[in-house]
Design a protein around this ligand. Structure first.
Ligand code: SAH
Length: 222
């Protein structure tokens, strides 16, 4: 039996029920992609939190990960992932804002290759350890300013941003393949989640819902 409830597999009966309740809640909130729900169900969110926060891992809330950053609420992780996959499978996906690595892990189990950029080095290092622990080998991390995308590895058929710019950086649009889509929170005080699809002629933008993300910041932190 697991004494410590913060380990890889066993998190005890209670936690299994708690996880199931979270999935039910996501369904009630309108998440309908079964693949996404399955991956959220089987990805240990507690591993992406510091021990002091781990007991809250299966609540549908955003939680602090240090450096004034947060691991997004499971609803928003599921929603953004569902939007990214809406128009069909994605092979190469760029994530801006690795943070804890949780969203990265979810993506890694649903697409071929995930490229993820983080500007705060210590967060990136922790995320790398956790992703290794979960043996997710299709993840490529970069310590850089994600506002510039990751040009060498582009174009991407999906880009997902977990920090909000005031305006969409041109680089992200440029690194989107035709038929690819960008899922991104945009705005300063009030933000909207947008889905931008690249068409042969240009870009189509759809506004999905109001959201609340940490700001996308320029430069890197060592
Ligand atoms: N996807 C993360 C969410 C972390 S919060 C998770 O699942 O935990 C958003 C993250 O975006 C923070 O870690 C923040 O440092 C990072 N970020 C903000 N601006 C950035 C930029 N310009 N480039 C890369 N990462 C950035």
């Amino acid at each position: 039996m697991a004494v410590n409830n913060v380990n890889v597999n066993g998190i005890g009966m209670t936690s299994q029920r708690t996880r199931e309740r979270l999935i039910q809640r996501l369904v009630e909130q309108g998440i309908s992609d079964m693949k996404v729900l399955d991956v959220v169900r089987s990805t240990p969110r507690h591993l992406f939190l510091d021990e002091a926060m781990a007991h809250r891992a299966y609540e549908d809330v955003a939680l602090p990960i240090g450096f004034q950053q947060t691991l997004s609420q499971p609803y928003i992780v599921a929603r953004m992932t569902e939007l990214l996959l809406e128009a069909g499978p994605r092979r190469r996906v760029l994530e801006i804002g690795t943070g804890s690595g949780y969203q990265t892990a979810i993506l890694a189990r649903l697409v071929d290759e995930v490229y993820s950029v983080e500007r705060i080095r210590p967060l990136q290092q922790k995320a790398r350890q956790r992703l290794r622990q979960l043996k997710l080998r299709n993840v490529h991390l970069n310590h850089a300013d994600g506002g510039l995308g990751w040009e060498e590895r582009g174009p991407f058929d999906g880009i997902l941003t977990t920090a909000a710019p005031e305006r969409i950086p041109r680089e992200l649009l440029q690194q989107l393949a035709v038929n690819g889509c960008l899922v991104i929170p945009v705005g300063a005080r009030t933000q909207q989640l947008q889905v931008v699809t690249r068409t042969p002629e240009g870009f189509d933008t759809r506004i999905v819902e109001a959201v609340n993300f940490v700001p996308l910041r320029p430069g890197i932190v060592k």
